[in-house]
Design a protein around this ligand. Sequence first.
Ligand code: ATP
Length: 339
Amino acid sequence: MSSVEIRNVTKTFGRARALDDVSITFDDGAFFALLGPSGSGKTTLLRTIAGFSFPDSGTIRIGDRNVETTPVEKRDIGMMFQNYALFPNMSVADNIGFGLRVRRVSPSEEKRRIAEALDLVQLSDKAARMPHQLSGGQRQRVALARAIVTNPKVLLLDEPLSALDKTLRVDMQIELKRIQREIGITTIFVTHDQEEALILSDRIGILRDGKLVQVGHPRAVYDRPESAFAADFLGEANWLPEAALSGLALPQTTQASRFAVRPEALTLSAERPEGVNALPARLEQRVFSGAMATCIVTVEGQQWKLIARDRDLPDLPAQSPAWVSWTPADTITVPATAP
Ligand code: ATP
């Protein structure tokens, strides 16, 4: 059974429709990332599940209870928000145990559960420290321990890693995934970082203007976006110009369609390759970034991006005529009517 389910949730602020008839089933124990451009409704959805905001219509079920009118403290959730600071005057252990004391858990039980949570986030030796004596990453771990120590049914995370620098962020992603798997908690995560969503989640949902436009396994959404919006939002897409379509092997469709290819699915060559889709192009620019290189090419007057291992690229000077090619199976197809 799913742990969390929202059905037909709508939330308006004045005339703005922050959520427009959104329905999502969050699978038990799975990591779900909510993605979308700024203002698409991600935070509103998370706040509505948490109970900081109440929907105009629709239902929210957590476990076996409908909670859309239940206040936040009775919803059985754990939260870790970017701006959800630790109590500065309490030790690490006291910060973690706060929710247990509110719930009047016995002192011995509290001690046991704090020790367990500290062990889980690998901070057992820092129990007596004050928050200001910790690094940014350690503080995030304490916040995570505090969020899960009460064994909530669902963990809600709003950009929890965005204040961390790149290296620490990657470490924390690995850590967060390990902990989430270890305790098997249903997790709903809001992020701006698409790569982070792809790394962490079992499923992603893409919001646009308060509407859910696609839900699925990250790879499925990346490989088979259902709209031009989803294709452009999750990763990058080179759209095939109308003038280039004839002569290419394209998926059979019954409706008017648009076709695209991901930058990493393209191959650059000096000669026209056989047995694949190929278009004449001009190499504009090649940017080396270590293992990989990015090429900007012009195809039928449009700028395309191609990403390949630097060592796999032909030795061509800028402005050279070239060919871009891809296997037909790598063609992305979306209905022309899907925005
Ligand atoms: P961001 O990525 O920028 O955080 P978001 O996807 O989380 O954006 P929300 O914060 O959920 O988007 O906002 C969705 C829409 O609802 C926006 O148009 C926003 O201006 C509006 N909105 C959100 N909260 C309120 C509020 N309290 N009062 C009025 N409008 C609001």
